[in-house]
Design a protein around this ligand. Structure first.
Ligand SMILES: [Zn+2]
Ligand SMILES: [Zn+2]
Length: 132
């Protein structure tokens, strides 16, 4: 996980953002997190360690990483969630407990009906292994 966190930090630096202790903590928290947290989730988790950190700091850091392709932002319902797994994959959402699971996906076709495909996102809904 450290390789991923280090790549994200290097990219933030290249983007001109100072690597403050808060930003580094946000990146390290997210890099190893496969639960697809929202900015609010990360904010609440880090607030005990950084009581003066603002929500905007968390959101802007995530936004900069997403802009540079270092994390995926996925919109599920009304919430935007962040995913450090940038390889091509789909998501399965449990209707009962809300857990989001990564599912492997074949690479999308390079072109479809004259449209140059960049990524493919698919969401499956159902019940996870603990709820069914
Ligand atoms: Zn479930
Ligand atoms: Zn994912």
């Amino acid at each position: 996980m450290d390789g991923r966190a280090d790549a994200m930090l290097a990219e933030l630096k290249r983007a001109g953002l100072k690597l403050t202790p808060q930003r580094m903590a946000i990146v390290r928290e997210l890099a190893g997190d496969e639960t697809h947290p929202t900015a609010q989730d990360l904010f609440e988790r880090l607030r005990p360690a950084f009581p003066t950190m603002s929500f905007a700091t968390v959101y802007n850091t995530l936004d900069a990483l997403a802009t540079h392709g270092l994390l995926r932002s996925i919109r599920l319902g009304t919430a935007v969630r962040f995913d450090p797994n940038t390889s091509s994959h789909h998501h399965a959402v449990c209707d009962a407990c809300g857990v989001i699971v990564d599912l492997p996906a074949d690479p999308p076709p390079a072109r479809a009906h004259g449209f140059r495909v960049r990524t493919e996102e698919r969401t499956y809904r159902g019940l996870c292994s603990r709820c069914c």
